[in-house]
Ligand binder design. Structure first.
Ligand SMILES: Nc1ncnc2c1ncn2[C@@H]1O[C@H](COP(=O)(O)OP(=O)(O)O)[C@@H](O)[C@H]1O
Ligand SMILES: [Mg+2]
Ligand SMILES: [Zn+2]
Length: 647
């Protein structure tokens, strides 16, 4: 029978123990300088080299040339203590799992006093030391406290905290670790080369992952793969089947479909997963791992170079693309959903159903073909209508008429929705263009911008028009209201724009949601922002929506330091995403210094064309510390609490 790989490839010297330099190097140095302790504790997860290192330690101590960190390998002691050697009378290995009782300890204690037969040291390797009973440890205590000169104990354990503390405190403790993926892969590759078995490169990450950082586990898996390998060596497809892992291609499919918001493709992939006999739970778990990898890749573009990820180059390229298309926020949202879904899947009798529900949840925002996404879009429309109900109504804008037609005629619906999108996208593309000009406002009046710039006209759109005729009509009404505003404020001078929050008519633009509208949903916005990042919410409570202009939301905030903080991409991105969630708009965020308009209704809205971020008169600015004022105002007016000071 073939010897198991993990026994054939047991390291014979410290140099062959990989991934544990943090313990092997100081150990070698201690041996080199002759600073030998009487008791060692090797701790760490299973299969990472503790037992091997204990034997190497014994070998190093007893080599005729020793103690030496590089045993000669040819002397009697070295030959006896080689990985496949017969052993040595003076190196006694005790498996505490079966010999951890007090009787065994007493017997050991008696024998330990006899000098070594033929070596320098008498070495006791107590493996699985956590299995030694308390009485057993107590029986050894005296020996460990006052050992004869020739005696060395090496305790190896996965649970160092279970080693009696009075013993532990006499040891030099060396914590072993799980092997990092790159190190593990190197080890596997060397062994495959030595065994002359051809292994498809894509197999290694699977084995590394399945091994979970334990070299012994990884080698056992490799053993099994070798056993089943055909003429062409170890193939990826077969490995996937054997290990029950999900084919990367299925993960690529589902992630790609999510990035494209292609609900149909997502559910088809689920179908294929189940058809292929994969466990939906396993798939969800693997999907979570993939999302994790994408998050890492998103944060650290050179993750592969840094050894954080181990994938073939082509796979990395695909994943880089996926990460870029999904974006940071979406990735973490998807990971959250899958993570929560996985816990729900535990013990369920219908894992497939749950997997599909997870997919539905992932597709939700902006999805166009499932009802949840549709609901969410309707929700947004309604929210915007609420915003506009208090705007004055004057008829006469052509856009309003189009809006009304859309309400009456179901075929007109999608067209108007599409036009709305186009306008929104156009505005976002050219942020410098002032909104509120009559002609532009007319183009898409009343039809809100939808978060995805140009999706294909889909079933969902038609459904929206047919199934929600009332909403479409309502949109028309909003268009009417908004169109009016556009007509009234055809200029963009500061004097004609909003002067205070909430109570005055929205003024900045007809087609777009304006600053007043944003202020109306401010508290909702804050709560969405809060879910993403509390610090951003705290900052935002100090800010006011000043204007919406050509796809740019201008926020005023009470002081320069606060303004700098708020304008940090960390914060503006969160505000952007939250606005997108709340209103379906894709705006850039611009920040200027300005006391909150809540308490300063005279403050003019800055001219959108004016790049100078100042609105306080010098006198006012000099009179008081704007930051202190802003903070006290938000505390008194909004009941804000101070979370941190300044930063
Ligand atoms: N750090 C390592 N470097 C190289 N091989 C290792 C390492 N750790 C474990 N192995 C492999 O796993 C097998 C078992 O290791 P072992 O030292 O008994 O682990 P532990 O005692 O930590 O459970 C070894 O024979 C070797 O093949
Ligand atoms: Mg061991
Ligand atoms: Zn030797």
């Amino acid at each position: 029978m073939a010897l198991a790989l993990y026994r054939t490839y047991r390291p014979a010297s410290f140099a062959e123990v990989v991934g544990q330099d943090h313990v092997t190097e100081p150990l070698m140095q201690a041996i080199r300088t002759g600073r030998i302790n009487h008791a060692y504790l090797f701790s760490g997860p299973r299969g990472c080299g503790k037992t091997s290192s204990a034997r190497i330690m014994a070998r190093s101590l007893n080599c005729v040339d020793g103690p030496t960190p590089t045993p000669c390998g040819v002397c009697d002691s070295c030959v006896g203590l080689a990985p496949d050697g017969p052993g040595s009378l003076d190196v006694i290995e005790i498996d505490a799992a079966s010999h951890g009782g007090v009787e065994d300890a007493r017997e050991l204690r008696e024998r330990a006093h006899y000098a070594p037969v033929s070596s320098r040291f008498k070495v006791y390797i107590v493996d699985e030391a956590h299995m030694v009973t308390t009485q057993g440890f107590n029986a050894l205590l005296k020996l460990v406290e006052e050992p004869p000169d020739f005696l060395v104990f090496i305790f190896a354990t996965t649970e160092p905290e279970k080693v009696l503390s009075t013993i532990r405190s006499r040891t030099h403790h060396y914590p072993f670790r799980l092997l990092p993926p790159t190190v593990m892969r190197g080890l596997l590759e060397r062994i495959c080369a030595a065994e002359q078995v051809e292994v498809e490169p894509a197999v290694f990450p699977l084995v590394v992952r399945a091994g979970g950082g334990s070299a012994r586990d990884a080698l056992s898996i490799l053993d099994q793969l070798f056993a089943g390998a055909g003429q062409d060596g170890v193939r990826y497809a077969r490995t996937v089947g054997l290990l029950g892992v999900t084919d990367e291609a299925l993960l690529d499919d589902v992630v790609g479909a999510l990035a494209a918001q292609d609900g149909a493709a997502v559910f088809q992939t689920v179908d294929r997963v189940v058809d292929a006999g994969h466990d939906p739970r396993r798939f969800a778990g693997d999907l979570l791992e993939r999302l994790r990898d994408l998050i890492v890749l998103d944060a650290v573009p050179d993750a592969a170079g840094k050894g954080l990820l181990d994938h073939p180059a082509d796979q990395l390229e695909r994943m880089g693309d996926q990460a870029a298309r999904l974006g940071t926020a979406t990735l973490s949202r998807l990971a959250d959903i899958v993570h929560i879904g996985l816990t729900e899947m535990r013990g369920t009798t219908s894992p497939r159903l749950l997997l599909e529900l997870i997919c539905a949840r992932m597709l939700l925002p902006g999805a166009s073909t499932d009802s949840g996404g549709l609901l969410q879009r309707l929700e947004r429309l309604e929210r915007r209508l609420d915003i506009r109900t208090d705007a004055p109504t004057i008829a006469g804008d052509p856009a309003a008429a189009r809006g009304r037609r859309a309400g009456g005629d179901s075929d007109g619906g999608p067209a108007v929705l599409e036009r709305g999108r186009t306008t929104a996208a156009g505005a976002a593309d050219s942020p410098g263009r002032p909104a509120g000009r009559g002609s532009q406002a007319g183009g898409g009046a009343g039809t809100p911008s939808v978060e995805r710039p140009s999706p294909p006209a889909s079933l969902a759109d038609r459904a929206a028009a047919q199934g929600a005729g009332t909403t479409a009509r309502a949109v028309g009404a909003a268009a009417q209201a908004a169109g009016t505003t556009a007509g009234a404020t055809g200029t963009t001078t500061a004097s004609t724009t909003a002067t205070a929050a909430g109570s005055t008519p929205p003024a900045a633009a007809g087609a777009e949601i304006d600053a007043a509208a944003v202020r109306q949903v401010w508290s909702e916005l804050l709560s969405i922002v809060r879910r993403r990042r509390r610090a951003t919410e705290a900052l935002l409570t100090n800010a006011t929506a000043l204007s919406v202009d050509g796809g740019v939301l201008r926020l005023g905030i009470g002081s320069t330091p606060l303004m700098r903080l708020l304008s940090d991409p960390v914060n503006t991105e969160i505000v952007q995403l939250s606005l997108k969630d709340l209103l379906g708009v894709e705006w850039r965020i611009e920040t200027v210094v300005q006391a909150p308009t809540l308490t300063d209704p005279q403050a003019d809205e800055p001219d959108p064309r004016d790049e100078e971020p100042t609105s306080e008169t010098p006198v006012r600015a000099a009179e008081r510390d704007p930051e202190a004022v802003a903070i006290s105002l938000v505390q008194s007016q909004l009941g804000a609490r101070r979370i941190d000071s300044g930063d």
